[in-house]
Design a binder for this molecule. Structure first.
Ligand code: Z5A
Length: 217
C-alpha cells in the first residue's frame, strides 16, 4: 500500500496538545507550499464520525475492548480508503490526530486486549498499513486531564454527547496508556518521536516542524 505522500500521526494521552500542534504544523507546511490534509480518528468520514459518537460520547454505550477494537477498525477502513490513501496517492501530506497506536494503547495497554489480536485485526483489515512518521506526546496524566477538562468545559456541549468517555476512566488507566505509548515508541524508534508535551507551544512546534522537514528531504 505504499504511496508517494507522507502520512504523519499524532498520538498520546488526553489534553497533551496534539490538536494545537497539528494546526500549527499544517499551517507551516501549507505556507511552505505543501498540500496538506488534516483529519482525525475515530472519524474523518461521515460513516466513521458516526462510529466516533458511539465510542467517545458519554452515552455511547458500554463496549467490550474487542467490540471497541472492531468498531475502531471499521471506522479506520473507511477513513483509509476514502480519505488517507487517495490523498497520499496524490502526493499530499496527511496529518492524522490518532491512528492505530491509539488502539494499541487504549484497547490494548489500557483496557487489556491482547496486543497480538490487535495486530491480527490490523493485518486482516488494513494489511498493516500505517504512518511514516508519528509524534508521541508524553505528559503526566493529571496535567493532561486538567488541560482537556478545561477545554471540555469551554465547549459547553449537551452533557450526554460530551466526548469524555475515556477522560472519565481512573488515573491508573491513564498511567497505563502513558506507559503503553512510550513502549510503542521504544519498539519503533525510526517512526516514533517522543515529544515532551510539558514544553511551551512554540518550543514543541519548532521541534515537530524540524523533524517533519527532515523526513521530507
Ligand atoms: N480512541 C481509542 O480508544 N482508540 C483508538 O484507536 C482511537 C481513539 C483512534 C478520541 O480522542 C478518544 O478516542 C480518545 C481515545 C479514543 N480519548 N478520549 N477521550 P481525541 O483525540 O478526540 O481526544 P483527546 O486526546 O482527549 O484530545 P484533546 O483533549 O483535544 O487533547 P489534545 O488534542 O491532545 O490537546 P489540545 O486540544 O491541543 O489541547 C488541550 C488544551 O491544552 C487546550 O486548551 C490547549 O490550548 C492547551 N494546550 C495545548 N498545548 C499546550 C501547551 N504546550 N502548554 C499548555 N497548554 C497547552
Amino acid at each position: 500500500m505504499s504511496a508517494p505522500g507522507l502520512f504523519i500521526t499524532f498520538e498520546g494521552g488526553e489534553g497533551a496538545g496534539k490538536t494545537t500542534q497539528i494546526n500549527l504544523l499544517a499551517k507551516a507546511l501549507t505556507d511552505a507550499g505543501h498540500k496538506v490534509v488534516t483529519t482525525r480518528e475515530p472519524g474523518g468520514t461521515i460513516e466513521a464520525e458516526k462510529i466516533r459518537n458511539l465510542l467517545v460520547q458519554r452515552d455511547g454505550g458500554a463496549w467490550s475492548p474487542m467490540a471497541e477494537c472492531l468498531l475502531l477498525f471499521a471506522a479506520r477502513v473507511m477513513h483509509v480508503k476514502k480519505v488517507i490513501q487517495p490523498a497520499l496517492e496524490e502526493g499530499q501530506i496527511v496529518i492524522c490526530d490518532r491512528f492505530t497506536d491509539s488502539t494499541r494503547a487504549y484497547q490494548g495497554y489500557g483496557r487489556g486486549m491482547a496486543l497480538d489480536k490487535i495486530e491480527e485485526i490490523n493485518a486482516a483489515t488494513l494489511g498493516g498499513f500505517g504512518p511514516d512518521l508519528t509524534f508521541v506526546f508524553d505528559i503526566n496524566p493529571e496535567a493532561g486531564l486538567s488541560r482537556s477538562s478545561r477545554r471540555l468545559a469551554a465547549e459547553s456541549l449537551d452533557l450526554k454527547q460530551t466526548e469524555d468517555r475515556f477522560e472519565n476512566m481512573d488515573i491508573a488507566f491513564h498511567e497505563k496508556l502513558r506507559q503503553g505509548f512510550l513502549e510503542i515508541a521504544k519498539n519503533e524508534p525510526e517512526r516514533c518521536h517522543v515529544i515532551d508535551a510539558n514544553g511551551t507551544v512554540e518550543k514543541i512546534a519548532a521541534e515537530i516542524e524540524k523533524t517533519t522537514l527532515g523526513t521530507l528531504k
